[in-house]
Ligand binder design. Sequence first.
Ligand SMILES: [Zn+2]
Length: 116
Amino acid sequence: MIFKKSLNILGTKYRLVLKDLDGIWGLFDWRTQKIYVDESALEDPKDFYTTLIHELGHGVFHEGSILQAGIPKEVEEILVDLYSKVVYSEVILPLLKEIPPPVPKDDTIEVCDEES
Ligand SMILES: [Zn+2]
């Protein structure tokens, strides 16, 4: 699985942290500028990438101040979820089919035991 540990969301640097999230796939935390993805998502590229894109979507909503436009949190959730599914099927999946999955290198995976 290839991904960046440091993610630039509209000029703000976020850190991608893989850890056991105890039943949830992902979490966007603007306070600590971290995006969490459950480490079990690494077992399936679809789970990993749709979760990461979903959480990046929350980052765009936050950093782009879109919520200040009065969009309810429930609508944000639906939008980032639909968007992550489309980006996965139309962008990520074709790339995964074209490029054989690489052997993960130690420096591409971070497993964190810290509490969120
Ligand atoms: Zn969400």
